[in-house]
Design a protein around this ligand. Structure first.
Ligand SMILES: [Zn+2]
Ligand SMILES: [Zn+2]
Length: 129
């Protein structure tokens, strides 16, 4: 199963995932990341190749450095490919997002965070993978 399929199958929040966008480093185009999360479900990824750090979806708005933890796979791996899964309402606004990671050590997929989006407009989130 690909990471794209995994995230669609997971149906975060119980909603159909209507779009899956792969994370690509804005600095170098890399696709290997270390990923940090906070208790507030904010997610930041850092490119292994060039160290550019970027936030997923609206995470920048509620990010706190205190309490940020590195994502780790049960195998111990800390390098991942990442996707942002989005569930859009019929009017096109985003109602739920999820962050899927595939461990580059063992290949295991997981949805590491997901959260509700309860405001609009939200179309800018579609590019924040
Ligand atoms: Zn990079
Ligand atoms: Zn692993």
């Amino acid at each position: 199963m690909t990471l794209d399929e995994y995230v669609r199958d997971f149906r975060a929040g119980g909603y159909e995932v209507t779009q899956v966008v792969e994370s690509v480093c804005g600095g170098c185009g890399g696709r290997t990341f270390e990923v940090q999360v906070t208790e507030e479900c904010a997610v930041r990824r850092r490119c292994v190749r060039c160290s550019t750090a970027e936030f997923l979806a609206d995470s920048a708005e509620f990010w706190e450095d205190d309490g940020a933890e590195e994502c780790a796979c049960p195998c111990g791996g800390e390098e991942f490919a990442a996707v942002l899964g989005l569930s859009c309402r019929p009017d096109g606004e985003v109602r739920w997002v999820s962050v899927g990671l595939r461990c580059l050590g063992c290949g295991a997929c997981g949805v590491h965070e997901d959260w509700k989006i309860d405001y609009s407009p939200t179309r800018h989130l579609l590019t924040r993978a």
